[in-house]
Design a binder for this molecule. Structure first.
Ligand SMILES: NC(=O)c1ccc[n+]([C@@H]2O[C@H](COP(=O)([O-])OP(=O)(O)OC[C@H]3O[C@@H](n4cnc5c(N)ncnc54)[C@H](O)[C@@H]3O)[C@@H](O)[C@H]2O)c1
Length: 394
């Protein structure tokens, strides 16, 4: 493949524009924006060397691009991704990979029938939080055996506060038809991806959700999910877009003690002896293993985020670099999100994973088609500023 890789961006809203700007600013080596596609009124000012399209199929077939970055609302990720893969393009999909499992599976099947078969196409997803040094370090501690077996996870991630204005400003947002869900499909996919990346997939889920508890929306904005693994490991995940200031606190109870990730710090309350070994061997009825408080050294800052994922995508296309965030992983966070919502629809019935993907798709479509819900309206002339939006990059 000749350098630079010619990228087409579809969807020039908040995210598509931010990626384009990063590339125009020269932050990604070996990648150029060769084309952009959106509604005519949403396209940026014409730039030399950048073709403009108002029809994504035309851009895909144009011969002007080697790769596509799909930055449209979620429901289009899968159909556009399939079309692009079938046209022989490398594909980067914004998170989430799709809206429901069947949708993601169709996209993955298309990859496996095209460039996935012989490794000729790169297929990545924008899970930029995988570049955050805190999560990388935690993964390293777990995978290297430093923590011992993980026993319980409690993740309270309620610092995704969103205003009524935010929900009203994007017609597709927070509707069954346009977005396919709320906090689990828009804000939390990052956390759900990290969750499965760090701890693997649970076997059972019980989900509780309030639909429109804090906002005038029809989808979930407050969620509590309990997850269980066959080996007894369990997890509690709490998320919301209605709490301020909110908190992002991850507690991992493991054989070697307790890890707390909060406020940019990774603290390990490390037991000198593994907990079960201590319990087994000690003859003290009320003994406790000796515990050391360790502040684990972690690289400063938030990591390379979107730029690092795009650079990695480019390096994978040009030089075969291993992907940080392969798109096929993206189906796992959707399994989690769909299972929590499906359980909540059934008043907290415990569901085994994987849930019935076809039944979920049918129910979701039904909810979208029969919805009569009206979101709050806003002045169409008021626009969220780029600076405002950039605060939400996490
Ligand atoms: N990785 C991250 O950190 C991150 C952050 C924010 C958003 N996102 C994801 O990016 C995607 C877009 O979010 P956003 O906030 O930029 O939304 P947005 O509403 O600001 O932008 C979406 C754009 O897509 C365009 N569009 C819709 N249908 C189209 C079509 N058929 N062809 C061409 N363009 C079309 C719209 O006109 C709009 O300009 C979402 O899936 C979201 O989850 C990711």
């Amino acid at each position: 493949m000749a350098e630079p890789v010619k990228l087409g961006i579809v969807g020039l809203g908040n995210m598509g524009r931010a990626h384009r700007q990063n590339i125009l600013d020269g932050k990604v080596t070996g990648l150029t924006v060769a084309a952009v596609c959106d509604r005519a009124e949403a396209l940026p000012e014409i730039r030399e060397g950048e073709a403009q399209f108002t029809d994504a199929s035309e851009m895909i077939k144009s011969g002007k691009i080697d790769a596509i970055h799909i930055c449209t609302p979620h429901f289009l990720h899968s159909p556009l991704g399939i079309e692009a893969l079938e046209a022989g393009l490398h594909v980067m999909v914004e998170k989430p990979l799709g809206v429901h499992v069947a949708d993601c599976q169709r996209l993955i099947d298309a990859y496996e029938k095209t460039g996935g078969k012989d490794g000729t196409l790169t297929f990545a997803a924008m899970f930029n939080q995988r570049t955050n040094p805190l999560y990388k370090k935690l993964k390293d501690l777990i995978d290297s055996g430093e923590t011992g077996e993980v026993r319980r996870i409690i993740w309270q991630v309620t610092d995704w506060f969103r205003t009524e204005y935010y929900y009203a400003s994007g017609g597709w947002r927070a509707t069954w038809k346009g977005e396919g869900g709320g906090v689990l499909l828009n804000q939390c996919p990052h956390n759900l991806d990290l969750f499965q990346w760090l701890f693997g997939m649970p076997d059972q889920i019980t989900g509780f959700a309030s639909f429109g508890r804090y906002h005038q929306i029809e989808v979930e904005d407050d969620v509590t999910a309990y997850m269980r693994w066959k080996d007894g490991k369990n997890a509690l995940l709490v998320t919301s877009t209605g709490e301020a200031p909110g908190v992002n606190r991850l507690e991992v109870t493991c054989e070697r003690g307790l890890i707390i990730l909060e406020g940019g710090k990774l603290t390990f309350r490390r037991n000198r002896t593994e907990t079960s070994e201590y319990s087994d061997k000690t003859d003290l009825a009320f003994g406790m293993p000796e515990t050391w408080d360790v502040e684990v050294p972690v690289e400063e800052g938030a990591g390379g985020q979107h730029v690092e994922i795009l650079q990695n995508f480019t390096d994978a296309i040009l030089h075969g670099a291993e992907l940080i965030s392969p798109a096929i992983d993206g189906i796992h966070s959707i399994h989690l999100a769909n299972a929590v919502i499906a359980s909540a629809w059934k008043d907290g019935e415990t569901l085994n994973l994987p849930i019935d993907a076809d039944a979920y798709e049918k129910e979701l479509i039904h909810k979208g088609e029969t919805s009569t819900f009206k979101k709050r309206e806003i002045d169409p002339n008021k626009k969220t500023t780029a600076a405002d939006f950039s605060k939400s990059f996490r």
